[in-house]
Design a binder for this molecule. Structure first.
Ligand SMILES: [Ca+2]
Length: 336
């Protein structure tokens, strides 16, 4: 693990999630990364319905002692389309064989804000223009709603980073479409058209790294690792059937690490003006393509990673997250 010695101040970040197994890993890492100041988490429907996303997110933050992080609930469905979810990929409640559905009296002390996600993002942008980084790890519905309500995200955010799309890589939802883009193509197009996205991590980058059951077994034996292991085991079974690989991709934490924690692990990027297909053909909707619009802001797209370095970094970060005690986390974030 490398802490950046030049960044004295942890970087203010909001994660937008549809938790989701790989979102879970990204949350655990973001909540325990000394380089980040996790200001809030916004929830969007995607992998599972919004109530599962909100509850999973709150419980996961509490597990690493971060019930102090505000959780804002956002869109329950895409801008114009019916919600599709992925219970075969993420399990019936979004966390595989782990189910975070039981009673948890402490969940009441999680700071669920009454402000819905698009307004929550808008408030941050207004309060500290140009300072906040948003890492979007689900469909872009919340972000698009903010943009469509007149929030100037291009100027107001330090960066918007998105895990989404596929360029040369085959899609994981349609032949050319990736899940986050396919769930809400209108949102992806609105955010791209607004020039709000700085960087994208598509499947071309996130699928460079495969995580196996053996990797999970190498995690320290803490109660939290057992939770993570049960979630990821489900994900691996799905990948074995769907992708024919002996392990799984962890798109969301790879994006978080590659964008903010270890950008040196990104080995190839390309700048592209992108648009998202919004047609009625379900085989095409959600596919990214090169926009003919010369005025559209180019997005920096990661297309390859140092796979070995990313694999090591993710496991180190996850091992740290599952070992951290509440007292350690509180000490780390005191005054921050
Ligand atoms: Ca996700």
């Amino acid at each position: 693990m490398q802490a950046s010695p030049t960044d004295a101040e942890p970087r203010p970040v909001i994660l937008d999630v549809d938790t989701g197994i790989d979102d879970m890993i990204a949350l655990l890492i973001a909540a325990t990364a000394p380089e980040l100041n996790l200001r809030g988490v916004t929830c969007v429907a995607g992998n599972v319905e919004i109530h599962h996303v909100a509850r999973n997110t709150g419980k996961i933050l509490r597990m690493v002692g971060r019930g102090d992080v505000p959780v804002s609930i956002g869109a329950a469905r895409p801008l114009h389309r019916r919600l599709r979810t992925a219970p075969d990929t993420h399990g019936p409640t979004g966390t595989g064989y782990t189910e975070l559905t039981g009673e948890d009296p402490d969940l009441g002390s999680t700071d669920y804000t009454a402000v819905p996600a698009p307004r929550y993002l808008a408030a941050h942008v207004q309060r500290r223009p140009g300072q906040l980084t948003v890492v979007a790890l689900g469909p872009l519905t919340n972000i698009a709603s903010a943009a469509l309500n007149g929030v100037d995200l291009a100027a107001g955010l330090r960066e918007l980073i998105w895990m989404g799309g596929a360029l040369e890589e085959r899609g994981n939802t349609t032949e050319t479409g990736e899940w986050n883009a396919c769930v809400d193509p209108e949102a992806a197009e609105a955010v791209l058209a607004a020039g709000a996205i700085s960087r994208i991590f598509p499947l071309d980058a996130t699928q460079d790294v495969i995580f196996t059951l053996g990797d999970l077994d190498s995690l320290p034996g803490t109660p939290l690792s057992a939770v993570v292991r049960d979630a990821v085991r489900f994900y691996i079974s799905f990948h074995r059937q769907a992708e024919g690989i002996d392990g799984c991709y962890l798109h969301d934490p790879v994006t978080l690490i590659g964008s903010l924690l270890r950008p040196d692990l990104v080995t190839e990027t390309v700048d592209e003006r992108l648009a998202c297909d919004m047609g009625s053909d379900p085989h095409l909707a959600g596919s990214l393509y090169r926009s003919p619009d010369e005025t559209r802001r180019a997005v920096n797209v990661a297309t390859a990673l140092d796979a070995e370095g990313m694999h090591r970094e993710l496991l180190e970060r996850l091992a740290h997250a599952v070992s951290v005690t509440t007292a350690q986390v509180q000490a780390q974030h005191e005054g921050g």
